[in-house]
Design a binder for this molecule. Sequence first.
Ligand SMILES: *Cc1c(COP(=O)(O)O)cnc(C)c1O
Length: 511
Amino acid sequence: MPALLGAASADEYSALLHEVVDTIADRFRTVAAPSSGPDGRRLHDLVDAVELDTAGIGCRDALREADRLYAGHTVWFHHPAYTAHLNCPVAVPAVAAEAMLAAINTSVDTYDQSLVATFMERRLIDWTAGRIGLAGGDGVFTSGGTQSNLQGLFLARERALRDLDGSRRANLPRLRLLAGAAGHFSVARAALLLGLDEDAVITVDGDVDGRLCPQALAQEMARREAAGDVVMAVAATAGTTDRGLIDPLAPIARLCAERGVWLHVDAAYGGGLLLSPTRRHLLDGIEHADSVTVDFHKTFFQPVSSSAVLVRDPADLAAVAWHADYLNPAAEAGGDDAEPNQVDKSLQTTRRFDALKLWTTLRALGPERLGEMVDAVCDLAASARELLQADADFTVLGRSDLSTVLFRFHPAGIDAASADRLVPLIRRVLLDSGRAMVARTTVEGTPWLKLTLLNPDSTLDDLTAVLDLVRATGRGLLAGSDLAAQTPAQVPISASAPEPAGMAGSAGARR
Ligand SMILES: *Cc1c(COP(=O)(O)O)cnc(C)c1O
């Protein structure tokens, strides 16, 4: 059969995709745990064992092999015992749209490569900007929050350099970026990529909960001004990755407006609240941002990748435009060069038509339904928190505006240092067992386990089962060994998580 998708291979393509889809659908029907509990060494060996330099084995066999290798040993984010990171179960229409855009292979860079896709993406940018309160603004889809943050801060840097007297070279070292301590690491890395001074990123103190504190921000801004520095931007976070905390955007925006400072709001996680019927107010103030990051592949239930950066002033976006004679030559007045080229707004050139996934999701489900799904995961996290608070075996940290819960196994009779050591051990034993996945993090020196809940179909019973596994694992570790001597790497790979009552039933019966 022909190797490439075209008229001659259309039948083969159709048959192959049906087979792949049926196989994966079957896995979704039967998967009983978030992973198969693989031994890392074995996975490495399985991958190494595939010979890449042989004659082709044909489409069907190649896909079957990939199913065994990849789908057989992957992490299933839809499983209710997957509670680790910001990975969402994906909307069915979006997955179907993914097949469509992959086959057609549109690149949304120049208009002549994308035609209607350009207008569909622009429409969704307008829609998102409107939801934020940036009507008349602009933006572009990106590969993720990391990329959106980089672009937002790049635009901020360009605005700051444009507004300063003197050369770029002289002014660049004066630029400062103020951010909360819990901001995403991509903000600091963007500063590095933007060539800012190594001291350019200044962490502003948080309030008791860890949100960026407006008073501390005002003081820092004044200090920077007195020192002759230029605050290029304030990066606020609407939904910190660890704790789901939303910085007080309205007072932060007022401070930025008073001093003419660019406000970037990283709503990679919290962006879903734009659609929430009950929590939209938590984003109040976001409408004053100069740039906003929204990750559709988190709280809009989109397959990776799908993100956008939105800007208040479309003119700011021009800073990324670059003209190449073969691609998007500078428009000549009245000429036919004045085509709506998305490449003029993006740091990428060839770029996926990810917008189609959000488009079909909105059309299929409607924004209201999506907003209810976001509310459901926030409600679930609140219930899980209450459950943990009422349980003497666990302690819980603070609160969340979104859907994370930080907790640790700390039963009466063990000291804090032992509880500290249990955190990575419990996570590792659960990971190796494949039965449940929780994350871990550290807040002000204290390690915590973390639930990140993005599955609106999960129930409190599902979470109870996960917490019972955590408890049983912790008890097992306490009973079995000299904790002080163990590091996660030393936990025997074979140490499987105990079987709690109800877990298998809960997951099995639901799927
Ligand atoms: C996830 C996240 C990012 C990074 O987004 P990617 O899509 O993973 O690149 C940035 N900021 C916050 C607050 C996030 O939660």
